[in-house]
Design a protein around this ligand. Structure first.
Ligand code: PRP
Ligand code: URA
Length: 212
């Protein structure tokens, strides 16, 4: 709450412990990938709290009962390539039937503006809750571009999930998309002059895939 009313910081001790391991520069690529997957499964538990339920009648081995079940068209995870894929699989571990969309963006290192190179969304994405996933929200330009894409596709229910957010980016995101709730495991101190989150974890894509 406080300055960022649309932001939920997931403070669960397992999330916080695993995030500390993820940040550590000594954590090797294979463990980094595993930790990102584990944390994102736990984040998905919070993000999916809003899914609506309906009561259905079932028979237990002993008697009939009315019991809750998820209703209607469900989720679509939308991964911002490429680092988004690092937290996609953990979410799919929890919701294996979810549909998946991909939006390919990279940050131009000079302007810090996102460059789009790929978009593939399910045909019925507008009837689903779209959960956009990307481990890092720095300037928020990538997150905003992905949300704009989804709104253009007719999606009305959108949330955004990351692992680490910068306060500067959260302000931009809240101003441009006040209707989109955001979930993060941490709000860090600031952005540096290169647009990196401090203290952060470095370049998420490079750490996930060992490219630097
Ligand atoms: C990283 C990260 C976000 C973006 C965040 O991706 O995964 O998509 O930067 O920065 P922003 O909030 O300032 O837009 P990057 O551009 O490094 O591409 P990659 O995932 O392909 O490595
Ligand atoms: N993208 C990253 O991967 N890390 C940052 O700190 C900022 C943007």
């Amino acid at each position: 709450m406080g300055e960022f009313p649309n932001v939920t910081v997931v403070t669960h001790p397992l999330v916080q412990h695993k995030l500390t391991l993820l940040r550590d520069r000594r954590t090797p690529t294979a463990q980094f990938r595993l930790l990102a997957r584990e944390i994102s499964l736990l984040m998905a538990y919070e993000v999916t709290r809003v899914l609506p339920l309906e009561d259905v009648t079932i028979e237990t081995p002993l008697e009939a009962m009315s019991a809750p079940r998820l209703v209607g068209k469900k989720l679509c995870f939308v991964s911002i390539l490429r680092a988004g894929n690092g937290i996609l699989d953990g979410m799919l571990d929890l919701v294996p039937s979810a549909r998946v969309g991909h939006i390919g963006l990279y940050r131009d290192p000079a302007t810090l503006m996102p460059v789009e190179y790929y978009v593939k969304l399910p045909d019925d994405v507008s009837q689903r809750l779209a959960v956009v996933v990307d481990p890092m929200l720095a300037t928020a330009h990538s997150a905003c571009a992905a949300v704009v894409r989804l709104k253009q596709a007719g999606v009305t229910q959108i949330s955004f999930t990351c692992l680490i957010a910068a306060p500067e980016g959260l302000r931009v995101f809240a101003a441009e998309h006040p209707d989109v709730p955001l979930f993060t495991a941490a709000i860090d101190r600031c952005l540096d002059e290169h647009g990196y989150i401090r203290p952060g974890l470095g370049d998420a894509g490079d750490r996930l895939y060992g490219t630097r």
